[in-house]
Write a protein that binds this ligand. Structure first.
Ligand SMILES: [Zn+2]
Length: 407
């Protein structure tokens, strides 16, 4: 008996099926069409086992519908836009895109993407996926870019797109804004620094019986724990929980912000304070994370930014200007240690938002950005969703939650 050689047999039949065009969508057919909105695979690297599983699920649906007599629209397609490709090219060549000519960089990215597309197309064929190469598209094609540009101009002319400054999630390495969905969370151990904020006015000695209040030769101070001492220059208020026993003493008072001790900020009471974190007294800076934005709007705080788009300290931080975030943090800690402003430093496990591409911690930057208005269209999306049959049903809830969370 002849030995079964799957490799040559598979290749033989795959070639045959390609020649027969059996997966092709027929534009002239009277059969009912069945369209699959395939997620175009990112051209940032070859397929792995996870893609094989994921795309095979989609392939099940395509094959089933063909067998049921539908004219199936299931394109072979690739997503060539986006920063994952740029990031990989930057890593391979050990450069950032700012280092070389823009067109030169685009060419490098394009060559990198095309190489991956060739590999992946072959992988899809070898996996027996029934995507249709006759309706192939990739998102950097001339016509595709034209459609994108025309859509942009149309939206702009209708007033749905505008340029503005707003604090956005920002990766200082990729130098780009990120949607909330692009922020991933990573566990790390950082240092929680407890530092002194001196009162501007003399205090009643009775106050010293409370935790988180201290006194030295410079006066009475409150203790605040922070993981981001480099943001002290943009500390705008200090807050305490309304039910905190110290609140009646503290609310309405002012304290001096270390290490300069020239800026004075008010103490407010707010339900949002976690009484169990640190000393139960928090400083609000502009803008460490998305939570801080709520404080900004609630208390109409000035949107002073301490970190710029390259992840360096801004001029508002005075002598720290130009330092990288980590260096600024180190320098400020050294200075506060020297001046007796640092009470203690302890390890703290925390989950921080990082860039999904390069894992750099995400900052909030007041960046000039293009914005697309989505709020006026929320109800349209929900109406369409209600008119559809959902399989499985819970995916409908997921879409609704997402739409309703847009603000
Ligand atoms: Zn990044």
């Amino acid at each position: 008996m002849m030995e079964y050689d799957q490799k040559s047999l598979e290749e033989k039949w795959q070639k045959k099926w390609q020649e027969m065009n059996i997966y092709n969508f027929d534009f002239k057919s009277s059969k009912q069409p069945y369209s699959i909105d395939v997620p175009p695979r990112y051209a940032s690297g070859p397929l792995h086992a996870g893609h094989a599983v994921h795309y095979t699920h989609i392939d099940f649906a395509a094959r089933y519908k063909r067998m049921r007599g539908y004219n199936v629209f299931f394109p072979l397609c690739f997503d060539v836009n986006g920063i994952p490709i740029e990031e990989r090219v930057e890593r391979q060549l050990n450069i950032t895109r700012k280092d070389i000519d823009r067109h030169e960089f685009t060419k490098l990215c394009s060559a990198f993407a095309q190489k991956n597309i060739a590999t992946m197309t072959n992988q899809f064929i070898r996996l027996g996926e029934s995507m249709d190469p006759s309706i192939y598209y990739q998102t950097d094609a001339e016509y595709y870019r034209r459609i994108t540009q025309i859509s942009f101009i149309e939206l702009f002319n209708k007033g749905y797109i505008y340029k503005g400054r707003f604090p956005v999630n920002w990766c200082p390495r990729c130098m780009t804004a990120m949607a909330d969905a692009e922020v991933v969370y990573s566990d790390r151990t950082t240092k929680l620094n407890t530092i002194k904020f001196y009162f501007t006015k003399p205090q009643d000695e009775q106050l010293l019986k409370y935790p988180g209040i201290g006194k030295d030769s410079h006066g009475v101070y409150i203790e605040i724990a922070t993981t981001r001492p480099e943001m002290l220059a943009v500390c705008q208020i200090v807050a305490v929980h309304p039910t905190d026993e110290r609140a009646p003493w503290l609310v309405g008072q002012t304290v001096k912000v270390p290490p300069e001790l020239t800026k004075e900020v008010k103490i407010v009471q707010d339900d949002a304070v976690d009484p169990n974190f640190g000393t139960g007294l928090v400083m609000i800076c502009t803008v460490g994370d998305k939570e801080d934005l709520k404080w900004v709007f609630k208390y109409k705080l000035p949107l002073e930014m301490s970190i710029d788009e390259e992840g360096k300290m801004t001029s508002i931080t005075g002598k720290y200007k130009g330092l990288k975030i980590d260096d600024a943090r180190k320098t400020i800690i050294e200075e506060m240690t020297k001046n007796g402003l640092l009470l203690k430093q302890e390890p703290l496990a925390q989950s921080i938002g990082v860039c999904w591409r390069c894992k750099t911690p995400v900052e909030f930057i007041n960046a000039k950005q293009w914005f697309l208005k989505t709020i006026p269209f929320k109800h349209l999306v929900l109406d369409k969703s209600n008119a559809m049959h959902w399989y499985p049903e819970f995916m409908k809830i997921r879409l609704e939650d997402w739409v309703n969370s847009l603000e």
